[in-house]
Design a protein around this ligand. Structure first.
Ligand code: SF4
Length: 362
């Protein structure tokens, strides 16, 4: 394989194979990958705009049967610090979100065996009744798989009920690495890669905007990273006119502090800044049918976040008023709205506040 031929293929928006992706990942100089990725970024998002959003992460409950080995956040039922968020807490947290100028709530798990579909539809209805302009970016494929099994029904039925109750978009949570070899070790009780993809296929059909994610830097190989990207790209290829499909792709590195994966399996995070830049660029190159690539400044920090914007990323995500799963494992980069905009400007770009569909807002 020749790098020059692969660069030309990427710039032509041709689909790269797994072997071609691995070759680029392993062999291409990072500055050349950045150059190609930047061209593609300009193709999808011409100009200097970089998106950001104010949103708030609220965990519905920290009780989760899944017990993923990278997660310090989950608790078993009956633990002294197990909780289900109360209505009063939602109201206080959403009031704070609105006071800061945000209107998107990222509602995440765990998968509490006591909570069925009615709990979630009641919750969404209640929140929308109190806050009609609130946007709910909630749950993720593992929760949909779990609810469908619990209620003995289809993904379509669960998603339709959630949409009717107020779900606005489905985060790509729980993708980790879409390889069942990897999932058996990092998240053995969660949705399989096939189930994750099938939920997203149904969500796209139901016209839900979705995102795709990757948590990498643990036990996966480069080949499995590329395979993950290709599975997402191939599903996006099925997207029909009028469907949102995957609006964005967001990769972040495994944070190992205090996790079972580190304590029991001696797995340390393989994260490095240069490798993150390489991954961002490769993501932009392989995912040539997804418009936005978001760098996870919350986990990689300011310097690498800024550099990502020169490697194909066009979004720095959220100031994330509250985040528990990643921060429980060691990520503690926090930014105010002003700081996030300054970071974007310092990197040479223009900050654009956006909504959950990545549309610019005033
Ligand atoms: S990562 Fe999510 S699904 Fe896995 S144990 Fe933690 S809360 Fe549960």
């Amino acid at each position: 394989m020749e790098l020059e031929k692969l660069y030309a293929k990427a710039l032509n928006l041709s689909l790269l194979s797994k072997d071609e992706g691995i070759f680029l990942y392993n062999e291409a100089p990072v500055e050349e990958l950045m150059f190609i990725a930047n061209h593609l970024r300009q193709h999808h998002n011409p100009g200097t705009s970089v998106g950001w959003i104010i949103d708030r992460n609220v965990n519905i409950t920290n009780i989760c049967f899944s017990q993923c080995t990278f997660c310090n956040f989950c608790r078993k039922k009956g633990s002294p610090d197990a909780y289900i968020t109360t209505t009063e807490d939602y109201i206080r947290k959403i009031d704070e979100l609105y006071a800061l100028g945000g209107d998107q709530l990222l509602l995440q798990g765990g998968m509490n065996p006591d909570l069925g579909i009615e709990f979630y539809t009641d919750l969404f209805r209640k929140l929308k009744k109190f806050y009609p302009t609130l946007r709910l970016h909630a749950l993720g494929p593992p929760e949909i798989v779990y609810l469908a099994k619990k209620e003995k029904t289809s993904y379509e039925d669960i998603l339709s009920q959630l949409i009717a109750a107020g779900l606005d978009s489905l985060p790509g949570a729980g993708a980790e690495i879409l390889s069942d070899r990897v999932r058996k070790i990092v998240s053995p009780s969660k949705a399989t890669s096939g189930e994750w993809l099938e939920v997203m296929r149904v969500a796209h059909r139901l016209l839900l905007p979705t995102s795709a994610t990757m948590m990498y830097g643990h036990i996966e190989t480069v080949g499995e990273r590329i395979e993950h990207l290709i599975k997402i790209r191939d599903l996006q290829q099925e997207k029909k006119e009028g469907q949102y499909g995957f609006i964005t792709f967001i990769p972040w590195p495994f944070q190992d502090e205090g996790t079972l994966l580190r304590e029991k399996h001696s797995t340390r995070s393989t994260y490095s800044g240069p490798d993150y830049i390489r991954l961002i660029a490769i993501s932009r190159i392989i995912l040539n049918n997804i418009r936005h690539i978001q760098a996870s400044i919350l986990t990689v920090g300011k310097e690498i976040g800024m550099l990502s914007l020169h490697a194909g990323a066009d979004d720095l995500g959220s100031i994330m008023i509250e985040e528990n799963v990643v921060s429980a494992a060691g990520a503690d980069n926090r930014f105010s709205a002003e700081e996030l905009q300054s970071v974007i400007k310092e990197a040479g770009f223009s900050p654009v506040k956006r909504n959950q569909k990545y549309e610019a807002i005033k």
